[in-house]
Ligand binder design. Structure first.
Ligand code: FAD
Length: 477
């Protein structure tokens, strides 16, 4: 952002159709879309680069590191297939530089796209001063017809861990890769903890995960989590479930952590601790008190499904509103809000997929089996195990599973779940199928190329209709 001509502009007062606060995947998507529709747009972000958490300290740097982690794991597996590699030697400076260069390349691209669209970008913290005005620190006052709040979220930081100083990491400092701790405790078995744990384990840390609930990735269907849990059990030193961290202090330059499982209490020492116990919305010091914008449970901004807040003219999207805290959900929110601002009508809504980029990956969309049971929704499941997929077997990855959640009579697709390598690339087909109201028959009769992992989707669909060629199912009564 620092490179654009507009950023250098010192404004005493400008007037725009749309002010966007926050330049993450929600904010920049909204700004670019609005500019494409002919609006005069200003975009403020306190960061030096556009892209928000996702590009600068989330999705992209973590995936760059996970790519390297996957490569390391794959070379280890290769010895089973007769290709034996020596243990990798890690040049941390080079690895960090590669990750940072990836982020910088993408950020430069966003800057250029903002410039081409004549979106005025400002680096500075923005604050609402009324229902149609804001102040951008270091720049000045902006008057707007509409404002879109997209200020995202930050990691939760329990005060118990504050005395640990630089022995404590959150997702941002973990991505900075200061060093490779010998013994790392990851607190939280959600997707960010498991992704970062995977990175550090591949780079050589002995990783322990502590999760308060009785399973990793709480809430995700257990048959999808099982193959991942098995692989993580061999990659990580220990996984403690149903366990709480009750104390943490520095002893002889290391972190001594107290853990409690039922009535059993233990003390263990780690080189560092990564706390990933969730995220909270950035709604503080936004000047909301000068407007009618309301907050709801968890501190999220209250909106309708088009991002409209209680203040006409002010919209909110992405991680600061309730729902999945995911980049593509923020971008989808942006599209709907801009549609409303331009035309006063709701845009088409889409199913929001979710992907955990571990090894193997887990991806799902629509109704999960867990939710269907909890809500008492009638469904049946069809599963296709990857042990019967030629492509999965040829990759040595037969542990995967593709499943469809189907409406009992019509076989309409209510949800899809996948665990296995590249599950994240496969789930898009489930999203498209659901958005189009497709049934198992539609998926089954779309010819999928052989041999690919995508065949597991049509096989699961055939199984849902009664019989799939590569597995035998007793006919349903
Ligand atoms: P953000 O991306 O959080 O952007 C908000 C921006 O607003 C920030 O730049 C912030 O500095 C700025 N800001 C805040 N307050 C102000 C203010 N008052 N004035 C000016 N600027 C302000 N999601 C996925 O979909 N896939 C993934 O693989 C994935 N991986 C992740 C990995 C990690 C380690 C983390 C932490 C997150 C990951 N996420 C992933 C989540 C994803 O990053 C977020 O859901 C997404 O960035 C939210 O987008 P947003 O536009 O709502 O806000």
């Amino acid at each position: 952002m620092g490179t654009t001509e507009q950023t250098q502009t010192q404004v005493n007062m400008i007037s725009v159709d749309l002010l966007v606060i926050g330049g993450g995947p929600g904010g920049y998507h909204a700004a670019f879309d609005a500019a494409d529709r002919g609006m005069k747009v200003a975009l403020a972000d306190e960061n030096a680069t556009l892209g928000g958490v996702c590009l600068n300290r989330g999705c992209i740097p973590s995936k760059a590191l996970l790519h390297v982690a996957a490569l390391i794991q794959e070379t280890r597996r290769a010895s089973e297939w007769g290709a034996t590699y020596a243990d990798p030697s890690i040049d941390l400076d080079k690895l960090r530089a590669w990750k940072d260069a990836t982020v910088q390349r993408m950020a430069k691209g966003l800057d250029e796209l903002a410039r081409q669209r004549k979106v005025q970008t400002f680096q500075g913290r923005a604050k609402l001063t009324g229902a149609s005005s804001a102040e951008i620190a270091g720049h000045g006052r902006v008057e707007f017809k509409h404002c879109l709040l997209a200020t995202g979220s930050r990691p939760k930081s329990p005060s118990l861990f504050h005395p640990l100083g630089n022995l404590l990491m959150d997702s941002t400092s973990a991505l900075a890769l200061e060093n490779i701790p010998q013994k790392l405790l990851v607190l939280g078995g959600g997707y960010i903890g498991l992704e970062m744990g995977t990175v550090y384990a591949a780079l050589g840390s002995r990783v322990t995960v502590v999760e308060m609930q009785s399973a990793l990735l709480p809430g995700v269907d257990s048959d999808l989590v099982r193959p991942l849990a098995r692989n993580l059990a061999s990659m990580f030193e220990t996984i403690h479930l149903d366990t709480k961290v009750t104390s943490a202090s520095i002893v002889n330059g290391e972190v001594q952590v107290g853990m409690q499982k039922g009535s059993e209490e233990t003390l263990e020492t780690f080189s560092k601790i990564l706390v990933s116990v969730g995220r909270e919305p950035n709604t503080q010091a936004l000047g909301l008190e000068h407007t009618a914008v309301q907050l709801e449970e968890g501190g999220f901004i209250k909106t309708d499904s088009n991002g409209r807040t209680d203040e006409p003219g002010i919209f909110a999207i992405g991680d600061i509103v309730a729902g999945a805290m995911l980049a593509h959900k923020a971008s989808h929110d942006a599209q709907r809000a801009i549609n409303w601002i331009e035309r006063g009508e709701a845009g088409k809504s889409s199913v929001i997929p979710a992907v955990v980029f571990t090894d193997p990956e887990i991806a799902w969309c629509g109704l999960s089996e867990t939710d269907a049971r909890r809500k008492g929704i009638a469904f049946h499941v069809s599963r296709f195990p990857w042990s019967a997929s030629g492509r999965a077997q040829a990759m040595g990855r037969g542990e995967g599973l593709t499943k469809l959640i189907l409406e009992p009579e019509s076989n309409k697709i209510l949800g899809m779940g996948v665990v296995g390598v590249n599950a994240g690339e496969l789930i898009g087909e489930g999203v498209l199928a659901m958005n189009m109201g497709a049934s198992a028959k539609d998926l089954a009769h779309a010819v999928h190329p052989h041999p690919t992992l995508s065949e597991t989707i049509s096989e699961a669909a055939f199984a849902g209709m009664g019989q799939a060629i590569h597995i035998y199912k007793r006919p349903r009564k």
